[in-house]
Design a protein around this ligand. Structure first.
Ligand code: PMP
Ligand code: GLN
Length: 387
């Protein structure tokens, strides 16, 4: 007897594939996006204390109220808007759960959902599980937003647009002009919802500020805004995220959330609620990561790759289009096997596997890790130009 797949087109994610290949070949793993920096001792102590003091049972379904209050305060300080902790903020098991819940909340069969691509890999499977239709709209060649293509794709069946800024995998950001375009789109199409993936909200460079949809009243009343503590506190394994959405959307969102996980890890929520009171860590994150980005670019500029712009996130994209015509997945795998450096090929984030001959490098790594990767790339640079 064979099981009928609900996701026949889905295999193992590229992150699992590349991390496993990296391990097999003892490659420096710059593929899957996770930091190798230590979590702050004080934050770990808070979790320990929470556990020792007995905070080990289910958290409230919507999340610990003290954490939701802190998120509201942080949101007001950063985006001049205070979502109501009781009715507009929900804590989830990572942004991945929040994305799944938001998509499941709104997607009905026959709905079309616009996905701005290259897109984070969890969006489309969630849309398909709701039997809705993903409509992938590509960023332009320079990875800026193609507003004309988005406008053209909208029709009465279009239920929502999903987008992400700062953007994984390209490292580009949306600016004020993009948000103004989005305001126009929403004004002309009042039937649209928005799902704004802002997990890299604190990792943005060169004195740019993050354009959260929460700053824009006409956008936030239509939006599920999703973030995660994994990126902010160097703790991707903790899987605590959240969703900010207006009351009516949050009510429906929680109906899904309560049957996906019911609630997220209690001691971590207790710890984050205490730790968030001090904004220093997330306010210093742009400087911290800009130093990492600059060092990564300095190192990689010694290799034959072309470095593309990196405005946010902890990902640097590099082009090898002038070096080889090899398919990017094969190229990335070969570099892992033959040079010992694992990266992520960008084509996997496109519905039709568009291959720009671009790889994504995660620079949330100690200097030594980046140096070893660069040394290996330079030592075997003759292998980068193999056709
Ligand atoms: N969205 C994007 C764009 C991401 O890069 C990630 C994880 N790297 C997520 C969502 C998922 O976040 P989490 O680990 O909190 O589930
Ligand atoms: N979001 C991480 C990345 O982009 C990986 C998350 C995962 O492994 N699912 O690399």
């Amino acid at each position: 007897m064979s099981i009928q797949s609900k996701l026949p087109q889905v295999g193992t994610t590229i992150f699992t594939t590349m991390s496993a290949l990296a391990q097999e070949h003892q490659a420096v793993n710059l593929s899957q996006g996770f930091p190798d920096f230590k979590v702050a001792e004080a934050l770990i102590k808070e979790i320990d204390q929470a556990m020792q003091s007995g905070m080990n049972q289910y958290a409230p379904m919507a999340g610990l109220i003290s954490l939701r209050e802190q998120i509201s305060i942080k949101t007001e300080q950063l985006y001049q808007y205070a979502p109501h902790p009781e009715t507009e903020i929900t804590i989830t098991a990572g942004a991945t759960e929040a994305l799944f819940d938001a998509i499941t909340t709104i997607a009905h069969p026959k709905d079309e959902i616009i996905v701005v691509e290259p897109a984070y890999d969890s969006y489309i499977p969630a849309i398909l599980l709701s039997k809705a239709t993903p409509i992938s709209i590509s960023l332009k060649k320079d990875f800026s937003v193609d507003w004309e293509a988005i406008k053209k794709a909208i029709n009465p069946q279009t239920k929502a647009i999903i987008f992400n800024t700062p953007h994984n995998p390209t490292g580009r950001i949306w600016r004020k002009e993009d948000m103004q375009q989005l305001e126009k789109v929403v004004a002309e199409n009042p039937h649209l919802w928005l799902i704004s993936d802002e997990v890299y909200e604190h990792i943005i460079f060169d004195n740019e500020t993050h354009e959260s949809v929460l700053k824009y009243p006409t956008l936030r009343e239509k939006s599920f805004v999703i973030s995660s503590f994994g990126k902010t506190y160097h703790a991707t394994g903790w899987k605590i995220g959240y969703c900010i959405a207006p009351v009516a959307l949050t009510q429906e969102f929680r109906k899904v959330h309560q049957f996906v996980t019911f609630s997220a890890h209690t001691p971590t929520q207790v710890a984050l609620a205490a730790y968030l009171k001090n904004p220093n860590h997330y306010l210093e994150l742009p400087t911290f990561y800009q130093e990492r980005r600059d060092y990564c670019r300095t190192l990689l500029s010694q290799t034959p790759f072309e470095l593309l712009p990196c405005e946010g996130t902890y990902f640097q994209t590099i082009s090898y289009a002038h070096l080889s015509q090899e398919n990017d997945v094969e190229y990335a795998k070969r570099l892992t096997r033959e040079i010992g450096v694992a990266t992520i090929p960008i084509s996997v984030f496109y519905a039709h596997k568009t291959d720009h001959k671009v790889l994504r490098v995660c620079f949330a790594k100690q200097n030594q890790t980046l140096e070893t990767a660069t040394e290996r790339l330079m030592k075997k640079s003759h292998l980068l130009a193999v056709q």
